[in-house]
Design a protein around this ligand. Sequence first.
Ligand SMILES: [Zn+2]
Length: 207
Amino acid sequence: MLVNIHTHYKWADSIEIVNGLESSNSPCYYSFGIHPWDSATNDLKIREIENNAHDKFMLAIGEIGLDKVQGPALEIQKSCFIDQVLIAEKINRPVIIHCVKSWNEIVAIKSQIQPKQTWIFHGFSKVTILESVLAEGLMISIGAAILNNTTLQMALLKIPNDRLFLETDDSEITILEIYKKVSALKKLTLPELEEIIENNFKRIFRI
Ligand SMILES: [Zn+2]
């Protein structure tokens, strides 16, 4: 079975975690949180996250994080991020991280909070921070960038299999295309890669 760890659309072609799905008639795994771009807005939604704790379909808090290119002032983003990371600790959910030019700040917050929950760096493409992201213990999720970013293609070989997730994010590329590319680069068969990612999914989300 294919696993799509982070998508903004409901594809229903894999096990998928749909970002921001608030309620659904056909049960589907989702992540819920305040995106850094929206972090100036509401306390209400923060309470809502905690209220979803009983919902077994809410697999993760996310996407949350810091973005120095877009969104409100960094201090506002930091406080919203920290609030949500603390909720994730309280309700035992992994966190899906959005990080744009803010890795040092994310590390600082992580060392301050010392989270027990797994953090997943989604849409990873910044190869220069790979060693540090691995050293900090995060899972790494790779998306459509792997199809033509040759630097990322080379770096993929340095990501241990047990630290890897795959995703489509907001692209219209199918998760199968991403699996095919990654299996070719890692010299794995498609079933071998499927087993690796599915095992990671079961381990991290305790499913
Ligand atoms: Zn996303």
